[in-house]
Design a binder for this molecule. Sequence first.
Ligand code: ADP
Ligand code: MG
Length: 714
Amino acid sequence: AMEVDDPAPRGGAPPRIRRLEESVVNRIAAGEVIQRPSSAVKELVENSIDAGASTVSVTVKDGGLKLIQVSDDGHGIRCEDLPILCERHTTSKLSAYEDLQTIKSMGFRGEALASMTYVGHVTVTTITEGQLHGYRVSYRDGVMENDPKPCAAVKGTQVMVENLFYNMVARRKTLQNSNDDYPKIVDFISRFAVHHINVNFSCRKHGANRADVHSGSTSSRLDAIRNVYGASVVRDLMEIQVSDENAVDEIFKMDGFISNANYVAKKTTMILFINDRLVDCTSLKRATEFVYSAILPQASKPFIYMSINLPPEHVDVNIHPTKKEVSLLNQERIIEKIKDAIEEKLMNCNNTRIFQTQALNSSALTQANTRKDKGTEVSTPTGEKSQKIPVSQMVRTDPRDPSGRLHTYWQGQTSNLEKKSGLVAVRNIVRSRRNPKDAGDLSSRHELVTEIDYNLHPGLFDIVKNCTYVGVADEVFALIQHNTLLYLVNVVNVSKELMYQQALCRFGNFNAIQLSEPAPLLELLTMALKDDESMSDVNEKEKLEIAEVNTEILKENAEMINEYFSIHIDQGGNLTRLPVVLDQYTPDMDRLPEFMLTLGNDIAWDVEKECFRTAAAAIGNFYALHPPILPNPSGKGIRLYKKNKDSMESAGQADNDLTNEDDIDQELLAEAEAAWAQREWTIQHVLFPSMRLFLKPPKSMATDGTFVQMTRHQ
Ligand code: ADP
Ligand code: MG
């Protein structure tokens, strides 16, 4: 950090660099450790837990800016330690560098209390066991303001922080303007309460009679969660455990609770403790959310509590000043293990949910229409048990906006349509209940799924499950690593197969993508016929006739393809809805006309099994990750985006010509770049993770060039 005084005139002497006053440096550093009132609360509560407290009470005024007070009944602080308590790097928790490696308590840098004294007024009252009286002392800028004064005290320590950030005007302002930090504080205390179940936490606003968190102390984790998050959360939780047994030197263990398919929430709650420290691990959170959205067709955000234990030397907590975000040794592997375990749990409970959904009765329908998003209490036919069915989860629209010329058909979320789709979902459920055979138990579909298993290539299956994604190799191939070998994988082929398999797996049970405007089939089909080179010798009039016939065929079969594949065609012959085949993924809408033509033309409507196979294949082809229609502009491809083609040819291959920005169609180029970047992102973050979970590679892929093993380097 440096401060610049009187900026030098242009071309004159450089500005003077001055050393900052130490107190200013300390204040800046302190501001990094204590970023907001809630981070001060977290540090203080952790200290109380470290001190072996069984009761921790927090009181907060003005979102913590006016007052934070944390009282505990822990072991207290010796009087002779009080003078150095708030100096930086004083701690009772380690004495040598080596201790850093094995430290188990939460704080170990001795910086929290010191930092608070630089940005607020800190007063500590404490008594140790066997003493007749306690001591009180105030601190400022790391030092005592007065000698410790004897005072009456009950067991433990009380730390009071007043006027936080009084000397940091900008920080105080942004905190005052932004939302009150109190909800964050409540959130922290709630999390601690879930983990430290035998500590009684409470948190209240100053002057309030009632505490906003009151955890009690219990011996059961579920009781603790119930006390803090409520009975409705606990009802939808499943216990989960993972451990790494096969390795000698990597001991890793996870215990926790995760929500099942009935749980409904808009936001993920992830309570993560690693070696008993409350931390964030973004990659683990993402991975977890991904499994949920991939497995539950009506995905809700999950509730997760996880406690992970691993050798302390495997955790690097020092990457962030507030110690919240951690990184782990072998992180990928740990995350993969946890992901697998969650996947297995969810797969099992997902079956249960489908059964329960079918039990929806008519009295629930009225409720379901009005109480969107909240979940609905529904009694099963036996009337024994009440089950929650989230209407918002029955059909979900995907608001993502894909690029492509049909984007006008796309829609964001409008509440009207959501309401309507809720209704449709309810109707579908009633229908499937009255006619259980429709609920996806058709034997031809079952046969097709069995064929997939029968055709599975075990070697490729292992590669797909356990590979590491390396990157895209060219327009069609991606590079992966499995053990020590590299493979090229044809992205178009594998995605086509994945989508085909998913179409059969999700059969009769898709979420829907709603088009912003109904797309007239006749127009789509005409467009497709115009683009189809094999039809170039057919005249316009005949093409129109073909389009009309196909429209009729699709209208005739509309009910079935809607029921099984969630492709919805209205009575006017417009396409209004498409299925979500893979979560977080929408197909390239440039290919929609071609898809409609395939459906109209190539489906064997009258033979059930062939019909399902061909329809699923058509979906597979439409949803596959084809290269974008705009050519790849990277490298020499940029030539294709020159405005004036003649000048390109006459100028030969002169490369410096190409750097002339005026010659390039910037708008088209930007569109192409976005499409290719999006594709690359999707391959890495959607396709490969989903393949790992779902793809059953057929034997043919071992020989048809879909997987190509690269020769090893010498
Ligand atoms: P750290 O927790 O990293 O050691 P802190 O600045 O948070 O650093 O605390 C400094 C020291 O003060 C701790 O090591 C501990 O000995 C003592 N201390 C702080 N709070 C408490 C408390 N509530 N009860 C007992 N001792 C405490
Ligand atoms: Mg501490």
